[in-house]
Design a protein. Sequence first.
Length: 249
Amino acid sequence: MEIALRTEGLKRMFGGLAAVDGVALECRVGRVHAVIGPNGAGKTTLINLLSGDLAPSAGRIEILGRDVSGLAAHRIARLGVGRSYQRTNIFMSFSAFENCRLAAQSRLSSSMRFLRPALSYREVNQAAERALELCGLQSKKDATAAALSHGERRQLEVAMTLATAPRVLLLDEPLAGMGAEEAERMVELLRKLGAAHAMLLVEHDMDAVFAIAATLTVMVDGRVLASGTPAEIRANAQVQEAYLGAADG
């Protein structure tokens, strides 16, 4: 399977603190790669480095075979990377369709030309429709984001990411705050998307992680403690002591 994302010796310093310290990982198309670890392990900082929201202090990031270390977020996004955030990042007064349309339009070279009617961008509108359908929100396309449930807003954020036609998905706690039924729908959506994308998933819901991830990387204090299949991670004594055991207790 194609390696879509790779890091080597990735590091991010905040003063004297190494929030991410020498992280190396690979993310392949068609496989969900989950990053887990206790709070403060450096998981979100890692996502911010990969998306270009933060610049690395050292190390290398390759996306689709290209060195993108230190590139700005908008340049990395245009290379085929989409990300979601811990906190829902949508326009609450816009409809679900309008949110997705804006996301799709952001990838056009003419995205900042405001005199052309938005509805005249046929491919953009089709991309928005497809993204909503993939995420099960077609029936809510005309509803404002404010009228959607929390779970539907999280689905909408994923739909906005898909509307940009990414090959690599960086998803930061997409199940955060969801009830059991909403979480089940999101897990099914992530499983479906993982078959067609390279997905790096940061998530605290261990049931969801072990249900959909093919590879897990465990981070503690900014470093990789272990990486492997779900079975290997479950059986790892260091992981049990540092994270899984603590979570169970």
